[in-house]
Design a protein around this ligand. Structure first.
Ligand code: TXA
Ligand code: MG
Length: 317
């Protein structure tokens, strides 16, 4: 049985000996291992059942660690790092030889972020290597935002789970990089695009589906529970009793109340993000025929939430 606890020293010992640890971050829980050690990286791919073409993010505990891992940092990305680290921002930078090709799936750039979660920051600061950490869910499933989500799905395979409580933000980090001197957003996430644009001006958003995705967060069917997810206004019925509704602010009149959850009755997008993956997981356990949902306002964190819902409703990869 996997141990769950808040023992940072134990987590560090496991990681130093090449093991894997579920780690809390402010976005979602990660499945972490030594990001410079091939056996630990391989184990992460195996546990997640993740294809090797889908690269991993390296997590660091202080900015000095970046220098060894990359060849250069373009000025706009440095400005974003200065503004938002530690925080829900992942930056794609040209990788140095220190980063194993396994981490980047052979791509020329490496994804790096400094998470803003006290236990994990302290853990990272005790290690002399970065932690490779994808979200701690089986490939394609909803990301975990509570320690028990990790235990429920990967519990017998990870060596330890560091419990930092519920993730404050609840959706993954926003991924950015540069193309032809412009900042590009590759995954809409916990740092709203509006915040990024305040620092670097207008950005390009390139998070659409592709058969050769630069970031498989871009894969169309992703973040999906096992129960099919559909948009309520397109649903022809029947309405009960085997239909669930994941709403924004108000309940659906045609569906039994016991089958409904609201992301934020008060209309707060951060609150909705905080609940999103936990509610999708809860509803999946109800074993109904379909989970109906609705779009949120497409602004701030609503853009990331809508992107997750769009992918959850997609039926093919
Ligand atoms: O919030 C987060 O970013 C969480 C926490 C644990 O930090 N991590 C996370 O990792 O969401 P993961 O592996 O589930 O998603 C990382 C995304 C993937 O879509 C991957 O394809 C993309 O980042 N990615 C990683 N390295 C990349 C690279 N070198 N080039 C392009 N995309 C990359
Ligand atoms: Mg993931």
């Amino acid at each position: 049985m996997t141990l769950i606890g808040s023992d940072i020293a134990h987590a560090a010992t496991v990681l130093k000996s090449g093991g894997t640890v579920g780690i809390p971050t402010e976005t979602v829980y990660g499945l972490a291992g030594n990001g410079l050690k091939k056996s630990a990286i391989t184990r992460i791919f195996e546990i997640k059942n993740r294809p090797f073409f889908d690269p991993l993010i390296l997590h660091i505990g202080n900015q000095d660690q970046v220098r060894d891992l990359v060849l250069e940092i373009p000025a706009p990305l440095q400005d974003l790092i200065d503004a938002f680290w530690p925080g829900p921002l992942t930056v794609l930078l040209p990788k140095s030889d220190r980063v194993p090709d396994l981490v980047t799936s052979g791509l020329p750039r490496v994804a790096i972020r400094m998470p803003n979660q006290p236990l994990t920051l302290s853990l990272l600061q005790q290690l002399d290597f970065p932690l490779a950490a994808p979200s701690a869910n089986p490939f394609g499933y909803v990301s975990p935002t509570r320690a028990h989500h990790v235990a429920d799905q990967l519990g017998d395979q990870v060596d330890y789970i560091l419990d930092g409580g519920p993730c404050e933000i609840g959706v993954e980090s926003t991924i950015v990089g540069m193309e032809e001197n412009q900042v590009v957003v590759y995954r809409k996430g916990g740092l709203p695009i509006e915040e990024i644009e305040k620092i670097v001006g207008i950005v390009r958003v390139n998070s659409t589906s592709s058969s050769q995705p630069d970031a498989p967060g871009m894969l169309m069917q992703h973040y999906a529970p096992r129960t099919p997810v559909k948009i309520a206004k397109d649903w022809p019925g029947p309405w009960e009793p085997r239909v669930a509704f994941l709403g924004w602010q108000t309940y659906h009149a045609a569906i039994p109340l016991a089958n409904q959850l609201l992301l934020s009755p008060g209309g707060s997008l951060p609150e909705a993000a905080y609940h999103l993956f936990d509610y999708l997981r809860q509803m999946d356990q109800w074993n109904l025929d379909v989970i109906l949902t609705e779009w949120l306002p497409d602004e701030g964190l609503g853009r990331a939430i809508n992107d997750k819902l769009k992918r959850a409703t997609a039926t093919t990869a």
